[in-house]
Unconditional design. Structure first.
Length: 636
């Protein structure tokens, strides 16, 4: 149910008031073991910090000055403010903001029924993987790659811009089980690179250039699959002429890899017909869309129909959110424009669930200022008093996935899992709260009161899945139907007509980016958290700044020093760790820890710029900073 690739099948037991968990040994992907985060789920479930009663704000937003209230009082207050907002400003001034903090189908989608019925605005979610989605559609017409179980037919997997040993552990171990050779392409020397057979370390934003250089070698050495390309690729001759103009020396100079290493990658990748797992991190930059588009061409060059891993949309879940309840066109606010929408007065009532934007959203200082200066009424439904909850007018306690019925699919594998309740704790589910708000509003529509089980059965039926089989086994694999490329030509497009229609080059294009500060800041996921989840319960975080020793020496900084990291958006103070795992010109801070606990997080510094022509995707990693040794006030 968490927002991670693996979507583990967990066997849970609740006995004598204690929850225990273990991996389901029958599941073909997650295979009977849990990652470190999963193993600590009982600690999360039993946390004394869980919210138990609704809270109503009495002080200023962010002050933490709440009073406990009854569910009836809280729900009536929410209903009054929804009605008043719609009366004064119209239904579009109500915004529901959700993301994938809980990926259960009912938990994720059912609350949308109420807001569709109200004709409220919705979020066009682009904070995670949007640019890559759009880029893959430009080439293949879809972002859905191969079934990971088909990796057994492969010899090589390339982890490109993903620290899979931390974020896709079961997938990494699956590749090991199948005996694949493992390569990584990354800017940082991660744990995955250290466990790989080969590591190609490139500079930020040069993914597109490296991929084009590899394509040039494959084409010029005639290592490509001629028959496959003849039958399945559109624009090969034009692409061939495009990469012909590329200089190997220029590619080497920009990427930091030698011509020999570029040729090595190309020759062996073509020989072994590699599959590429494209990470979400690399496409969260201004160069990300172009990078993914270039990378996506490589598997097709060597004869793969869908030789990449990125997404896995297995089932139709549209019934769960019931958009048919709307009587006005849907008004979507781009996720990366939330602060702007609040500043402009476009949003007057904000309902948040499955998300903690006041930890995970970029340019935190701007978002917090916008909320404080506005009159937006905020309701947050969560398990804990998160940073977002602290900025809310009403906070409703949520339960956990151990306490409710649901189903969940994966964006890595093709299995749908049944989630059955094993315990009872404080808080209410997303669907239960939705029904209670609908009742407080006096709404009679039957779709807002449909049971979780009824919704699940209908979604399963819509996808040809047996409820009885799912209940018996706990998981069911969704068969893969024959697939075609949903592109204008009906083929894999090396010359992308879809990209041209959006005003882009028909071929992936390299562009240098720079900021007003000298160091590029990267903010990947930490091993023990999923974005902001688990910081408050596991308390296993690493707030250090990782920096190359040469960059530190130039600034008079030594290992273990307190340093100030700053740019035009904000500043943070932390301890530095010097390492050669981070290249010169780059620094690293792990993302989205709770500011209410730590005092800051990296999103005080990250840009809220968008990858405009790739669906307005996020550009967290296009952030530049400076670092100086920090002196305490009065020191020296």
């Amino acid at each position: 149910m968490r927002d991670c690739y693996d979507t583990c099948s967990i066997i849970s037991n609740f006995k004598n008031g204690k929850l225990t968990v273990r991996g389901n040994p029958e599941h073909p992907i997650t295979r009977g073991f849990l990652c470190p985060k999963g193993a600590l789920l009982p600690k999360w479930f039993h946390s004394k910090e869980r919210l138990r009663k609704p809270l109503i704000l009495e002080g200023k937003k962010g002050s933490g000055e709440f009073r406990e209230a009854s569910w009836k009082e809280a729900l009536n207050l929410i209903a009054e403010n929804i009605n008043e907002t719609i009366r004064k400003y119209g239904s579009y001034s109500v915004l529901v903001y959700k993301y994938a903090g809980d990926r259960g189908v009912v938990s994720y989608y059912f609350p949308m029924r109420l807001f569709h019925y109200l004709n409220a605005s919705t979020i066009d979610g682009a904070i995670c993987d949007r640019a890559g989605q759009e880029a893959l559609k430009d080439v293949y017409g879809t972002a859905v790659g191969i079934d990971p179980e088909k990796l057994k037919e492969s010899r090589l997997i390339v982890y490109w811009g993903i620290n899979a040993f931390w974020t896709n552990l079961h997938g990494f171990m699956l590749a090991k089980k199948y005996g694949l050779e493992i390569w990584t392409v990354d800017v940082i020397r991660t744990e995955t690179t250290k466990k790989s057979d080969k590591f190609f370390q490139i500079r930020p934003d040069t993914d597109v250039l490296f991929a084009l250089g590899v394509a040039k070698v494959i084409i010029e050495k005639r290592l490509y699959d001629k028959e496959f390309i003849k039958d399945n690729v559109y624009g090969f001759k034009e692409f061939k002429n495009y990469v012909k103009t590329l200089s190997f020396d220029y590619v080497a100079q920009e990427t930091g890899l030698s011509v020999e290493r570029i040729e090595e990658f190309a020759r062996e990748f073509a020989e072994k017909k590699g599959v590429i797992h494209i990470g979400y991190g690399l496409q969260r930059s201004l160069a990300g869309g172009e990078g993914v588009r270039a990378i996506a061409i490589l598997p097709a060059l060597v004869g793969h129909k869908f030789g990449f891993i990125y997404d896995m949309k297995t089932i139709d879940k549209s019934y769960a959110q019931a958009k048919f309840l709307r009587t006005k066109p849907e008004n979507q606010i781009p996720q990366m424009e939330l602060a702007e929408a609040i500043e402009d007065g476009e949003v007057k009532f904000l309902y948040i669930y499955n998300s903690n934007p006041l930890a995970s959203y970029p340019n935190q200082n701007r978002l917090r200022r916008a909320i404080k200066k506005s009159d937006v009424f905020i309701v947050t439904h969560d398990v804990f008093l998160t940073d977002t909850a602290l900025y809310s007018d009403v906070v409703l306690p949520a339960n956990t996935f151990f306490e409710r019925l649901d189903i969940v699919d994966s964006y890595y594998h093709r299995y749908v899992l049944l989630n059955e309740p094993v315990a009872k704790g404080p808080g209410k589910s997303n669907s239960e709260v939705t029904r209670l708000i609908a009742k407080a509003l006096g709404i009679k529509n039957r779709y807002l009161y449909e049971s979780d089980e009824a919704v699940i059965k209908r979604v399963l039926a819509d996808n040809g899945i047996s409820w009885e089989e799912l209940k018996k086994k706990g998981f069911v694999k969704i068969p893969e139907k024959p697939r075609k490329w949903n592109t204008p030509s009906g083929k894999i497009e090396f010359y992308s007509q879809r990209a041209v229609r959006r005003g882009l080059s028909p071929f992936p294009k390299y562009e240098r980016y720079s900021g007003n500060y000298p160091l590029r800041l990267l903010s990947p996921t930490y091993r023990m958290t999923i974005t902001s989840q688990y910081h408050n319960t596991h308390r296993m975080i690493d707030p250090s700044l990782y920096m190359n020793s040469k960059d530190a020496h130039e600034r008079g900084i030594k290992d273990g020093d307190r340093v100030k990291v700053f740019n035009e958006l904000g500043e943070v103070v932390t301890t530095v760790k010097l390492t050669e795992d981070v290249p010169q010109g780059v620094v690293l801070l792990y993302k989205a820890f709770w500011p209410s606990i730590l005092g800051w997080n990296v999103n005080f510094l990250t840009t809220d710029k968008k990858v405009e022509k790739y669906g307005k995707g996020s550009a967290f990693h296009s952030t530049w900073v400076e670092v100086t040794r920090y002196s305490e006030p009065g020191e020296g």
